[in-house]
Design a protein around this ligand. Structure first.
Ligand code: FES
Length: 294
């Protein structure tokens, strides 16, 4: 079965959005979940988070950053062409507590960094549809790297932009903006952060000071997304967890980010990845893994 590409859009340098016809996935997808995508019979299976879904239209939107051969191959496909595989939805959906009177319910702050903005969008949209208040901070190095700002503005209570170089919005890091919002008296019950591992680590350190419950998504650690390669292994609350099976979302204050960043760094190039897989295999953690550079 093939999965035709209905829309394709360049969001920022090397970041593409694709809307794909996949009615069965669209019917059951929930915020926080991911799909495994493959282009061509010999293509590598790549886990990608769901950025949007439309059950009526039967479509699912994914956002892809081209970082290697396989992601570039997916992004060369044009509207009218088709993906070979589009398996999902996989992973545990995000958990939100809905109060019977939404106005009295929890107030969320989402902190999205770079391409991590894509998986934040369906969460904020879902809360908006259920009458729950959610503010959003989108952070990026520079204005050109911001994605999903218009979409997010339509569903967020308040949208804040932060750029490292000050080319748009707040000049500084998302954590500095978070500190400023709290100092100004903003009250949040819960924070959700999705973005680069280093950003999530420092968001967690900041919210710990305020005793603010915080959730992070570690989807960037995933390699095959099937629970078999061992690449997404992470320590959470002293226990070994697999991001693709037990997550991808975890309590930020329980995650060992330094270990997660070491693990992510092992997979930056094909050679490093191959060495890491061999080490995993020697330790008895690996059953199967593709070896191509993504
Ligand atoms: S991505 Fe989770 S085990 Fe491979």
């Amino acid at each position: 079965m093939n999965y035709p590409i209905l829309e394709k859009r360049l969001l920022a340098e090397n970041i593409w959005s694709m809307t794909v016809e996949a009615p069965r996935v669209a019917r059951s997808a929930r915020p926080g979940q991911f799909v495994i995508v493959r282009a061509g019979e010999t293509g590598e299976r790549i886990p990608l988070t769901v950025a949007d879904y439309d059950a009526e239209r039967g479509s699912v939107t994914i956002v892809i950053q081209t970082i290697g051969v396989s992601t570039r191959k997916i992004c060369t496909l044009e509207v009218g062409e088709a993906l070979t595989d589009f398996a999902g939805p996989l992973g545990h959906p995000s958990e939100f507590v809905l109060h019977p009177d939404a106005a009295e319910g929890r107030r969320y702050l989402f902190i999205a960094g770079g391409v991590g903005t894509a998986p934040v969008y369906p969460q904020v949209k879902w809360l908006h549809e259920h009458g729950v208040r959610a503010d959003v901070i989108i952070g990026a190095k520079t204005r050109d790297m911001l994605i999903y700002t218009d979409e997010m503005r339509a569903v967020a209570d308040t949208l804040h932009i932060a750029t490292d170089d000050g080319s748009a919005g707040f000049h500084g890091l998302v954590t500095q903006l978070l500190e400023q919002l709290v100092a100004q008296g903003e009250h949040y019950d819960e924070v959700v952060a999705i973005g680069p591992m280093i950003m999530m680590k420092f968001v967690a350190a900041t919210t710990r000071k305020y005793g603010l419950k915080t959730t992070v998504s570690l989807n960037a650690l995933m390699v095959d997304g099937t629970g078999m390669c061992g690449a997404c292994r992470v320590t959470v609350g002293g226990r070994t967890r697999f991001t693709c099976v037990d997550g991808p979302e975890f309590d930020a204050h329980e995650v060992d980010f330094d270990e997660a960043m070491r693990r992510q760094a092992m997979y930056r190039s094909e050679e490093q990845r191959r060495a890491a897989i061999e080490a995993e295999r020697a330790a008895g953690h690996v059953c199967r893994i593709g070896l191509s550079n993504r």
